[in-house]
Design a protein around this ligand. Structure first.
Ligand code: COI
Length: 386
């Protein structure tokens, strides 16, 4: 452990990890932090070296999906100190999810304290300063779980809040440059109902996406896009992150932000909206975005924005040009069958040169990471602790 120039405690990154080849996966670390809610109140923080939980088989988090999660990143600055990016926003969003799933809210102080202790316990797992051009951070995963036994539909008496962490690189690709990925529109599957839970981070919004996402990945599309469930007309979000588009009119750049009641309030998105507006001098247009606008080549760039995804340029979007059919024999015990469209049914929309990251995505990526790593004075007050 050493003290950096600004007096913060800095533990050097572990030498047992190849920081250039992090990928996005879980690794063993020193431990996690846990708090129990019982008798109507939150208890004290506990540190556990064991990543396993001892949960009753009748817990609603296991049976009915009564749980919520968050994704936050901590970064190492040039001086070696470690800072967390905007955890207050994740606290607010976790409480939104908690309200949606009838779970107790967390006081902000407790949420932040749990993050501080979890990060301090695992400082050597925060990647070196800007080691990996396509990401490199300690991924922080707060989890809120209904852990008391309860067979009836309803909230049990006991809940668990925990924070586990793991070092991660980019969600999409690796290497020296920012990855530009190919996307596919999932139009035979709806992520959430029109007036459902899409704006919250409940696990139930994610598990049903695994199969169609895996099918798309197998066909060469690492990122999948959902359209609005009611009309399949407007852009909602990617399975992993929010979507953003760029429109250009001469010198005027507009960052187009899809508006929908079924998408998450991505902390990365609201941050790059500030960057676009206050630093780049671009227009920001929050509105419904018809998928037809992508087909009509109205956008020069398209990108994903999320904690795990960071800013990921999307170089192409492919879609099924035929009306998609979900084969659903209601009397069959197998349920609907998802079949990927054949090559002659798939159409592709290219953004820019259809190969590399566009200049606006690069600019947003560079500005965002420079704030996250503390390269700039923190004029937005994004890094925590201050
Ligand atoms: C995040 O961006 O933090 C997420 O939770 C997305 C998930 C697909 C990894």
């Amino acid at each position: 452990m050493s003290t950096s120039s600004n007096g913060r405690i800095a533990t050097n990154p572990s030498t047992s990890i190849d920081w250039e080849k992090l990928g996005f996966k879980e690794r063993d670390v020193n431990g996690l932090v846990r708090v129990t809610y019982k008798n109507g109140q939150w208890g004290a923080l506990e540190v556990s070296k064991d990543s396993h939980l001892n949960v009753h088989a009748a817990a609603p988090c296991l049976n009915y999906g009564q749980q919520a999660f968050e994704g936050i990143k901590a970064f190492r600055t040039a001086s070696g100190s470690v800072r967390v990016f905007r955890p207050q926003e994740n606290w607010a969003r976790m409480n939104l999810s908690a309200r949606m799933a009838s779970m107790p809210e967390l006081p902000e102080e407790l949420f932040l304290q749990a993050i501080k202790v979890a990060v301090a316990l695992n400082l050597e797992y925060v990647p070196p300063y800007k080691k990996n051009a396509s990401g490199g951070a300690l991924y922080i995963r707060p989890l809120l779980l209904a852990t008391g036994p309860m067979l009836m539909l309803g909230s049990p008496d006991e809940f668990t809040f925990l924070v586990w962490v793991t070092p991660v690189g980019s969600l999409y690709g690796s290497g020296a440059d920012i990855p530009a990925v190919d996307g596919f529109v999932l139009d035979t599957f709806d992520r959430t109902a029109p007036m459902g839970t899409g704006h919250t981070k409940l696990g139930g919004n994610y598990a049903p996406v695994f199969a169609p996402t895996a099918a798309a990945k197998k066909q060469g599309y690492p990122i999948t896009l959902h359209l609005d469930s009611a009309s399949h007309t407007y852009v909602d979000e990617f399975s992993t992150s929010n979507a953003l588009a760029v429109q250009k009119d001469g010198e005027q750049v507009t960052l187009v932000v899809p508006d929908s009641t079924s998408i998450l309030r991505s902390v990365t998105k609201i941050s790059v909206v500030d960057i676009a507006d206050k630093l780049c001098g671009w227009k920001v247009d929050l509105r419904q975005v018809a998928f037809d606008e992508l087909k009509q080549n109205k956008f020069v760039e398209f990108m994903a924005a999320g904690t795990a995804a960071g800013i990921t340029p999307v170089r192409s979007m492919s879609y099924n040009s035929h009306k998609p059919q979900l084969v659903h024999d209601k009397l069959s015990r197998d349920g609907p069958k998802y079949t990927f469209p054949s090559d002659n049914e798939v159409k592709r929309i290219d953004f820019g040169d259809g190969q590399t990251a566009g200049e606006c995505a690069r600019r947003l990526f560079d500005e965002l990471t420079s704030y996250q790593c503390g390269d700039q004075p923190d004029k937005f007050g994004w890094l925590w602790p201050e």
